[in-house]
Ligand binder design. Structure first.
Ligand code: FAD
Length: 514
């Protein structure tokens, strides 16, 4: 079997397609997989949502279960120079799920595992690492009236993919990121061993794999905490001219007790103009709503801020009860009067809201164009300076898409996981979600990448306490700085769980050991 793999690597350029096909079926036979291997139609695995990188893997493996994953990892470990990556839904930006001339494991082909379990009165769902969050949502809500507590904004992402990073949205202030909402994982390590792990069993692997950027193992199953799903959501956006007032209100909401605040808190920066992708038109929630710019005070600057909140409720609640709660909460905030937008929709419609944006973007051709996105976590102590130097200066014309900024609470993040975050108890996620319409005059992807570097350099120069989220560095020095005092532990875990450094080479943290 190893001979087949080696032949692949060394002889790939010269062998004919027929030989490759023969090799591929031989490899499949040799590995004795329940699933399949495709050496020809690997196109999907060589691309990602970012559209900035492309790579040609040797083969795309479609495993059926953890045993298949383990067999593939073991075979790669026995080869002299191959590497392997799990591919979730390929929604990375910088080639993190790609492998150059190695194997890509398509996690979405994993057998559909879905089981709701109850332990000491608490409900959990066991799902495959390759499950899409949107499918987890639909099955939990329609079958059981239950739902996970912590989400991402967009749900066509895989469970294993977001758990390898963190998984953040407007519920994270209350429940922490998705990595704080799982209690058990099944992981295939870089040695090809299958472990069930949790806070008490194989805990080093459990915490290492959470936020571990795929470096210690492939998550084949996760146990996700559930709560009763609400029926409905009131989704509200209000506008601010001053960053200080926007952050004061956002921080007020995220530090209130449950029951005395909204269930979801996010926010974004937008340009004070009629620009369709950066300005006023991006604020109304419903196509029937319009943004009346005459409401904006004359003192407003080049950018404005939108606080986005949502309240869960049940069908059985009287509309006036919901109004009373919303009015009480909004009454404590200092947004611009009459610049408020709201809609009521079902819980599932709310959580699937970005799907509609995706459909729209696909129809306009901007979904498939490059997305040089940049995500950062910035400490509260530096966020006002960040606003002055980045939002109001470097990005004052917008990024051609949402510029999210909202507070999170450090105490809701389990610092035993591999995720690294800033030091302040309150820190902000900043997400520059750039879209580059192919048919419009807009900066090239290279210019956008250069502007991302300018933002990062500005943060470094001004000494901000910040970390990249969904990090990307080209050198190990970058990674060392990123992990700071966590680096030694990260390296030790790599030596324990993936000593040959065969896993997730697209992260560019470690090179394959021979
Ligand atoms: P991939 O991109 O396929 O993989 C990501 C990394 O994880 C790779 O290194 C891969 O090898 C590894 N990996 C994948 N599966 C596994 C596994 N089972 N076990 C171990 N390693 C694995 N993130 C947020 O936190 N909040 C958001 O609101 C949010 N919104 C987004 C919206 C859009 C439109 C997009 C494109 C991305 C968004 N993200 C968000 C980022 C998202 O969390 C990352 O892209 C993440 O990597 C998940 O994507 P994926 O499942 O496609 O994983």
């Amino acid at each position: 079997m190893i001979a087949y793999l080696e032949r692949f690597v060394h002889g790939n350029d010269v062998e004919s397609r027929q030989d490759e096909d023969d090799d591929c079926s031989s490899l499949c036979d040799a590995l004795d997989l329940q699933g399949s291997i495709d050496c020809v139609a690997t196109g999907l695995a060589g691309k990602d949502f970012g559209g900035l990188y492309s790579m040609k893997p040797l083969a795309l493996v479609r495993p059926v279960g953890s045993d298949d994953v383990a067999r593939v990892v073991k075979a790669v470990a026995r080869s002299s120079n191959l590497t392997v990556a799990a591919r979730g839904n390929g929604h990375s930006i910088n080639g993190q799920a790609m492998v150059d001339r190695g194997l890509v494991i398509d996690m979405r082909s994993m057998e559909d595992h879905f089981q709701v379990v109850r332990i000491n009165g608490t409900a959990y769902v066991d799902v495959s690492g390759g499950a899409l969050w949107e499918d987890v949502l639909k099955r939990c809500v329609s079958g059981f009236g239950l739902a996970p507590r912590s989400w991402t904004d967009y749900l066509s992402l895989t469970v294993g993919g977001t758990l390898s990073n963190a998984g953040v949205s407007g519920q994270a202030f209350r429940y922490g990121p998705q990595t704080s909402n799982v209690t058990e994982l099944e992981v295939v390590t870089g040695k090809g061993d299958i472990f069930v792990c949790s806070e008490t069993e194989n805990s080093e692997l459990f915490f290492g794999a959470l936020g571990g950027l795929g470096q210690f193992g492939i998550i084949t199953r996760a146990r996700v905490l559930l709560q009763p799903a609400p029926d409905m959501v009131r989704w509200i956006r209000v506008v601010y001219t001053e960053f200080e007032e926007f952050t004061r209100d956002a921080e007020f909401l995220v530090t209130r007790q449950e029951g005395d605040s909204f269930d979801y808190v996010e926010g974004f920066v937008f340009v004070n103009s009629d620009d369709p992708s950066n300005g006023w038109p991006t604020v109304p929630i419903d196509p029937n709503q319009t943004f009346d710019p005459t409401r904006i005070p004359r003192t407003a600057g080049s950018v404005l801020y939108c606080l986005e909140v949502a309240l869960h409720y049940r069908n059985t609640e009287h509309p006036s009860t919901v109004d009373t709660v919303v009015d009480r909460l909004l009454g404590r905030l200092g947004f611009v009067e009459n610049l408020k937008f709201e809609v009521d929709l079902s819980y599932m419609e709310f959580l699937l809201r970005v799907k509609r944006a995706e459909e729209h973007a696909k129809a306009n051709g901007i979904w498939d164009a490059p997305h040089p996105w940049l995500n950062l976590f910035v400490s509260k102590s530096d966020i006002a300076d960040f606003d002055r130097t980045v939002f109001k200066n470097i990005l004052k014309a917008g990024v051609g898409g949402p510029m999210l900024v909202y507070p999170l609470l450090r105490s809701m993040w389990d610092t035993r996981t591999s995720v690294v975050i800033p030091e302040d108890e309150i820190f902000y996620i900043v997400a520059l979600l750039r879209f580059s319409p192919p048919y419009q005059k807009c900066p090239s992807a290279e210019k956008m990448v250069a502007q991302n570097h300018e933002v990062i350099q500005c943060c470094i120069k001004r000494g901000f306490d910040f970390k990249l989220y969904l990090p990307h560095y080209d050198s190990q020095d970058g990674w060392k700085r990123h992990f700071g005092n966590q680096w030694t532990r990260f390296v030790e875990m790599k030596a324990d769980f993936d000593p040959l450094a065969i896993l997730a080479p697209g992260q560019k943290i470690f090179s394959r050991n021979r």
